[in-house]
Design a protein around this ligand. Structure first.
Ligand SMILES: [Zn+2]
Length: 310
């Protein structure tokens, strides 16, 4: 994993230490839009950084309306940490309107990620007539990068740089924290690879187009997605194509999401005799420092159960 070793090499140039702020000294305040980012920022920042949620626990990060108390959290924050790749496009206009003149630092985990790595469509090949990416770049990319553990290396490194820039006196502590966390994320990635290795050509069908980057990373064919875009009801033509793909590819499991209320997904599973299993998109739950690893490992166990057990 070249990216991982490059990042660790970069970190090793920083003198590691165990500096501490004195008690009572103000900590860096960060507010963030996604549970994954909450975990990453908490792990890198440790006790030196206060991380708060921008969204209430069950709010959809694809679309959100500010309430007065959200604005208070925003006003207090020094860093607004976002995913980017279009996920929080709803935020920026209201941020400028409602928290004017604030000298906030807005940081996106996706900053600097190669544009060629972004996915623009989840349509299977025979539906779009191409690999799914061509001619679709006018629209926003699929934003669900955080579900790829290798992308997490990139996001964590962006967070580290930001914290070091804003609190340089704690730079060595942040680098030590990041290095330890990156090694755990690397083990997570290796465990996904270990799950994948014995499988010949696994195919997957999901409800919400969230797992495209995870599928690409671990060479799982994303045979189809029920919702063409997040939250949309599929049209009859899309549904017919999806059912055909499920039959042709002998898909036996439909991966839904916790709290998913898609009656259509459950109906589809019943009609086609599919097993239903839950994968968490980590969009609304797992707001804790260990939440990203816990959620990703729960998903790995679910995938292993569905693909390894006959
Ligand atoms: Zn989503």
């Amino acid at each position: 994993m070249r990216l991982f070793h490059r990042i660790l090499g970069m970190l090793s140039g920083v003198a590691f230490g165990s500096l501490c702020l004195s008690a009572g000294e103000p900590r860096l305040r960060v507010v963030t839009s996604l549970p994954a980012l909450y975990s990453w920022a908490s792990q890198v920042g440790g006790s030196q950084v206060q991380v708060d949620r921008l969204l209430p626990v069950d709010a959809d990060p694809h679309l959100f309306q500010f309430r007065p108390r959200d604005l208070e959290v925003l006003r207090r924050a020094q860093v607004i940490l976002l995913n980017g790749a279009g996920l929080e496009d709803w935020l920026k206009p209201s941020l400028e309107k409602q928290v004017p003149g604030s000298a906030k630092k807005i940081v996106e985990a996706a900053t600097g990620y190669p544009p060629s790595e972004l996915i623009y469509s989840d349509r299977p090949e025979n539906e779009s007539g191409s690999s799914g990416n061509a001619d679709l770049r006018d629209g926003p990319p699929n934003p669900h990068l955080w579900l790829d553990p290798v992308f997490a290396f990139h996001g964590v490194t962006n967070i580290l740089r930001t914290f070091q820039e804003l609190a340089p006196e704690q730079g060595a502590v942040f680098a030590t924290n990041a290095s330890i966390y990156l090694q755990r994320l690397h083990r997570l990635h290796e465990d996904y690879e270990t799950f994948r290795r014995p499988l010949k050509s696994p195919g997957m069908v999901t409800v919400h187009p969230a797992f495209s980057y995870l599928c690409r990373r671990y060479r799982i064919r994303l045979v189809g997605v029920l919702e063409e875009t997040s939250g949309s009801e599929p049209g009859p033509r899309h549904l017919a194509t999806l059912m055909e793909q499920i039959r042709v590819n002998r898909i036996s499991t439909l991966f839904i999401e916790p709290n998913s209320s898609s009656r259509l997904a459950l109906q589809l599973a019943r009609d086609m005799h599919l097993t239903v299993a839950e994968l968490d998109t980590l969009e609304t739950s797992h707001w804790s420092p260990g939440g990203y690893e816990d959620g990703m490992r729960d998903n790995l166990r679910t995938l292993a159960r569905q693909f390894h057990e006959p």
